[in-house]
Design a protein. Structure first.
Length: 114
C-alpha cells in the first residue's frame, strides 16, 4: 500500500495550494480518506475527512477555507487550501482507513510565510 502526497510548498499568507494524494495497493473507493497535519512542536491533528460515501468533516480552524474531495477513478484525494494563514504551516499527511485497516503516506510540507 502506498499513499503519495504532493502539492506542498511555500506560499504567502492569503494564498492557495492544492494538495493531492494518490493511493495504490488498496480498493480506493471503499476507503475513507483524510488529511492530517503536524506543525513543529505540536501533535498531529485531523484537518479534513471524507467517507467513501462522500460525507465530509473539517476541523473548525479550516472550515470555509479548505475543501476535501476525491476522484475514485484516479485513486486520488485532494485538499484545496485557500486563504492560507501562517498557522497553517505544517507537514500534511494523507490517511486512508477501512474497518481496522489504517494507512499513512509520507507528508508534504506547507509553509505559509511572507
Amino acid at each position: 500500500v502506498q499513499l503519495q502526497a504532493s502539492g506542498g510548498g511555500l506560499v504567502q499568507p492569503g494564498g492557495s495550494l492544492r494538495l493531492s494524494c494518490v493511493a495504490s495497493g488498496i480498493i480506493f473507493g471503499i476507503h475513507n480518506m483524510a488529511w492530517y497535519r503536524q506543525a513543529p512542536g505540536k501533535q498531529r491533528e485531523l484537518v479534513a475527512s471524507m467517507t467513501s460515501g462522500g460525507s465530509t468533516d473539517y476541523v473548525d480552524s479550516v472550515k470555509g477555507r479548505f475543501t476535501i474531495s476525491r476522484d475514485n477513478a484516479k485513486n486520488t484525494v485532494y485538499l484545496q487550501t485557500n486563504s492560507l494563514k501562517p498557522e497553517d504551516t505544517a507537514v500534511y499527511y494523507c490517511n486512508a482507513w477501512y474497518l481496522r485497516n489504517v494507512y499513512w503516506g509520507e507528508g508534504t510540507l506547507v509553509t505559509v510565510s511572507s
